[in-house]
Design a protein. Sequence first.
Length: 233
Amino acid sequence: MKWENQLINHLQWSDTIINRENKERVAREMAAMAKDGDIIGAGSGSTVYLTLFELSKRIHKEKLHLEVIPASQEISITCVQLGIPQTTLWEKRPDWTFDGADEVDSDHNLIKGRGGAMFKEKLLIKSSVKTFILIDSSKLVNSLGSHFPIPVEVFPAALSYVEHELQKIGASEIALRPAHGKDGAILTESGNFILDTHFNYIDASLEQQLKSITGVIESGLFIGYDVNVIVSP
Ligand code: 5RP
């Protein structure tokens, strides 16, 4: 199967690769920064797939030696298909991590998690020496929550309790994320539900408030992280 078809197949949560040319440009820029011996964390989403593809070209043409720590099983499978060597967070710490985002504000706060992998994405970013967030300019917003909900990964038995607690801290809309193309709710790789939430006001404390609810595994809100944002116009 051609890699483009693999890309489309993997992106079950996204029918098309929006702004593909811009994403390819930023993917090439990122891949060009890889050096021999790098340990690289890879998030998820179409920009990450495109960057892995560019990295694989360098690995095969230039005999570049590097290892990738994937944020999801899908990304891990893609690495296998592209012949990119992998390692794990048990064995190594990433020199740098690259990832996409759904929204980025002027202080580089982020909403992520349209693909549902925000727990492992956050773990990679926290474990990394340096992080690059690759976006096209459509992802830049004046205030977070303009276009995308904040995804919250929830332990299944805690669903009702968490919904109630989210309302108490100001959630104005809460929706259980549906499964792709079938009945029922989507499950993360860890077997949890995702609640897509809207808040009228997103401030610096919200990420911690979400995390402190028993039953919340992680949220897609990234406030105050030390990330380098690369924007393709
Ligand atoms: C997945 C993510 C992605 O990085 C985010 O959704 C951006 O995706 P894309 O690169 O396809 O625009 O957070 O959980």
